[in-house]
Design a protein around this ligand. Structure first.
Ligand code: TRP
Length: 462
């Protein structure tokens, strides 16, 4: 699949066809359930404005510099993250054990994929539900009941989880370029348009300003050490950072592309999608007298309500959930890619590697889906959380920030600066210095402070 029209040495997996394909792939990975499903519900659970502000600061001060660093590692090495980090460590004469960092990330990806696929499966279920007209004229009780029924049916969830995992494996097995490069080009703009339309509808609910206030009025008394950690973790989750996904994609990036510009565009689009999703969902929620701390069901309850009350709602609702699935799909493949690329470099066939990792992840996902019914918190709890909650918390809020911290230290302090500078090719000296300070000092300190603060809070609470 290598492309002869690309003027530099490609990785053995091929290269993205053009600069835009890289940006679309990175944005496709970033924009997903994290933006449409997760961001609104965690904002709701952590009190709104102050949480949003902390999240935005984390994206800018921690996420963006680390994304640049991840892409840098990938593009310089042109191999799978595990091999890339080991190779650059050797080149700079530092310990090869840094490779463990990429192992950690690769494994985190598989864990995240396991529950990500369960939630994406919910969206698949809702496509059929919307299309059947089940929500035409629905009220809050109908929408809530419908979601509860889904959560109570492990077999239904297992079916959809299986379908989504198969979709993911299918694309990863074919190679990222052929399947995804093409699809994201038209899917993402369409999702954007529908989201704008939904915000337009939210404006007509009469509760738009209430939604705005909830999202943007900053009241720090509403957040805790845990909220700050969740905001940090989410900035990693939503930008696909901390587990080498963007690093893997960076390996396929054309040489002449500007890493800084690609990062800013990706992060900007991702943030816009999250804020728009919030502006669509909260007004609808308030208009129906529902509370914002619904948890993971938030999107699955509010959107059917919104579409149920609209002319042609069944049609547009179906379309919307189809696009949510497409967004999730372009993200889930990036969770599997680091492992698959590594396996391919070890000589395993791409198809075999994709099926293997899909099967492992599928199996793990079963525990998450059972935690919504048979294995609920009352039956089986890990630190007071259900299996799904614990998986999400552990991966998003601990593994990803730790992964990001290691990337920052590796690029900021570990590898030789001259080599990296050349790869980055940043012409603007001031921007370069800003990035350097961010990656060496600001990002690591911020992550450490937030992690320690959280652990300290835990310590005093016990
Ligand atoms: N960013 C995606 C989302 O918001 C999820 C995702 C894809 C991800 N790849 C990742 C999260 C890598 C963490 C790490 O839905």
């Amino acid at each position: 699949m290598s492309r002869s029209n690309v003027p530099d040495a490609p990785s053995i997996h091929g290269l993205w066809a053009t600069r835009w394909v890289f940006i679309l792939a990175a944005a496709g990975s970033a924009i997903g359930l994290g933006n449409i499903w997760k961001f609104p519900y965690i904002t709701g659970m952590h009190g709104g404005g102050a949480f949003v502000l902390v999240y935005l600061l984390c994206v800018l001060l921690v996420g963006v510099p680390i994304m640049i660093a991840e892409i840098l590692i990938g593009r310089r090495a042109r191999v799978a993250p595990i091999n890339a980090v080991t190779m650059l460590a050797r080149e700079s004469g530092i310990s090869k054990r840094w490779g463990l960092m990429a192992w950690l990330g690769t494994i985190a990806g598989i864990l995240i994929l396991s529950y990500y696929s369960v939630i994406a499966g919910w969206a698949l279920h809702y496509v059929l539900q919307m299309a059947s007209g089940a929500f035409v004229g629905a009220d809050a009780a109908t929408a809530t009941n419908s979601f509860n029924t889904l959560k109570a049916s492990p077999l239904l969830m297992l079916g959809w989880h299986t379908v989504f995992m198969a979709m993911t494996i299918f694309v990863v097995a074919r190679g990222v370029q052929a399947g995804l490069g093409r699809a994201v080009t038209w899917m993402m703009p369409m999702l954007g348009i529908l989201l704008f339309a939904l915000v337009g509808y939210a404006m007509t609910t009469g509760h738009f300003m209430q939604g705005m206030h909830f999202m943007f009025d900053v009241d720090f008394s509403k957040i805790t050490g845990e909220s700050v950690l969740v905001a940090l973790g989410h900035s990693f989750f939503t930008l696909s950072l901390g587990m080498c996904a963007i690093m893997a994609y960076g390996a396929y990036m054309p040489k002449q592309q500007s890493i800084g510009a690609a990062t800013l565009i990706t992060a900007g689009m991702d943030t816009a999608f999250a804020l728009l999703a919030g502006l669509a969902i909260f007004p609808i929620l308030f208009a129906h007298g529902l509370s914002p701390d619904q948890g993971p069901g938030l999107m699955f309850i509010t959107l059917p309500l919104a579409f149920g009350g609209l002319p042609l709602g069944a049609l547009f609702g179906t379309l919307f959930f189809v696009l949510v699935i497409l967004a999730a799909w372009t993200s889930s493949i990036s969770l599997a890619e680091p492992f698959v690329a590594w396996a391919v470099e070890k000589g395993v066939g791409r198809v075999k590697a994709a099926v293997l990792i899909g099967a492992v992840s599928w199996f793990l996902g079963i525990f998450s889906l059972l935690s919504f019914n048979y294995l609920s918190v009352d039956v089986f709890a890990i630190g007071g959380k259900s299996i799904f909650e614990a998986m999400d918390f552990l991966t998003t809020n601990l593994l990803l920030p730790v992964g990001g911290l290691l990337v920052a230290v590796f690029v900021g302090w570990g590898v030789k600066e001259t080599k990296m500078m050349k790869e980055l090719g940043m012409n603007n000296q001031a921007l370069y210095i800003a990035w350097r300070i961010a990656i060496r000092v600001i990002a690591p300190l911020a992550i450490l402070a937030i992690l320690l603060n959280f652990l300290g809070v835990l310590g005093t609470a016990r």
